[in-house]
Ligand binder design. Structure first.
Ligand code: ADP
Ligand code: MG
Length: 280
């Protein structure tokens, strides 16, 4: 499963006084199995971009290829695209509506006509760390983090090849946030599926992803490994994004004369770098 975005532009309310050029000439390629963090401050175009990937929004210019096939081409099935690219919206728990957790999660695979919808739902719930004891609970009596996990399971149960999560940790406390990110990370490794994790926080995603794409005002500003992207921490600040705290710490140590490797992006890597320096 790979996606290629070529010269994609999108304008909301074109030709009206409210016209908004939300995506400006986006070019990206996401290969199979990659874990991507899509970062940018509010209004930078993240949600608009990811809604193109499962065909919910039709580009006003440019092309998108799914496994090499033009999704706007004549014989392309948008229905198939939507079943292969699972999109979990921001605050997805607002879309929980069934009487109990298992029924809710079974809805998607049933709707797709999967023969073993309930089995798929159980498997999806297992993947997000929710066992049998939750099957008959009402989604509405769960905690915020649990509701979010049920909503993610609802998309996973449709067995997408690519999973897009739009700000999956928004509004959760640190514990709920870490739980969700750990589950997603495990899932990505276990299943080898392509994951696009949308976030406005660098710190949240840095430790998990292979690649960070930074958006600003509808354009891709940086694209690389977390280390490559965080080297631009001063420019990131200019567009209202901060690199992880440890990036600043290591930079400060370096400026004060310590011969440390400043590339650390997680606390663990920073500890190693400091230890190496102390041993020298
Ligand atoms: P993000 O997800 O990064 O916060 P969005 O993709 O939601 O950014 O928004 C990009 C730009 O498009 C913003 O300026 C936003 O105000 C505008 N926008 C988003 N949705 C709509 C809409 N339905 N109608 C008009 N403008 C919109
Ligand atoms: Mg958004």
């Amino acid at each position: 499963m790979s996606i290629k975005i070529k010269n994609v532009n999108y304008t909301y309310a074109e030709g009206t006084a409210y016209e908004m050029h939300a995506l400006k000439d986006i070019n990206l390629e996401i290969p199979d199995g990659q874990f991507v963090g899509l970062i940018g401050h509010t209004g930078s175009g993240k949600s608009t971009l990811v809604q193109h990937l499962n065909g919910l929004i039709h580009a006003t210019g440019g092309r998108i290829y799914f496994n090499g096939r033009d999704i706007y081409g004549e014989n392309f099935s948008m229905k198939e695209l939507r079943s292969k690219v699972g999109l979990v919206f921001q605050y997805p728990e607002h879309q929980l509506f069934e009487i109990d957790v298992l029924t809710d999660v079974s809805f998607g695979p049933k709707n797709l006509g999967f023969p073993e919808a309930e089995e798929k739902a159980k498997e999806a719930l297992r993947m997000v760390g929710m066992g049998e004891e939750y099957y008959r609970r009402s989604p509405f009596e769960l905690s915020g983090g649990q509701k979010r996990r049920v909503a993610i399971a609802g998309v996973l149960a449709m067995e997408p090849q690519m999973l897009i999560l739009d700000e999956p940790t928004a509004g959760l406390d640190p514990k709920g946030r870490d739980e969700i990110l750990d589950q997603i990370s495990r899932l990505q490794k276990e299943r080898g599926i392509t994951v696009v994790l949308v976030s406005h926080s660098m710190e949240d995603v840095a430790r998990y992803v292979d690649r960070i794409i930074v958006m600003n005002q509808g354009q891709v500003r940086f694209d690389g490994t977390p280390k490559e992207v965080f080297r631009h921490f001063r420019e990131l600040e200019e567009i209202g994004l901060a690199a992880p705290q440890v990036t600043y710490l290591m930079q400060e140590l370096k400026e004060k004369g310590a011969d440390v490797d400043t590339d650390a992006t997680t606390v663990e890597e920073a500890a190693d770098a400091i230890e190496n320096w102390l041993r020298k």
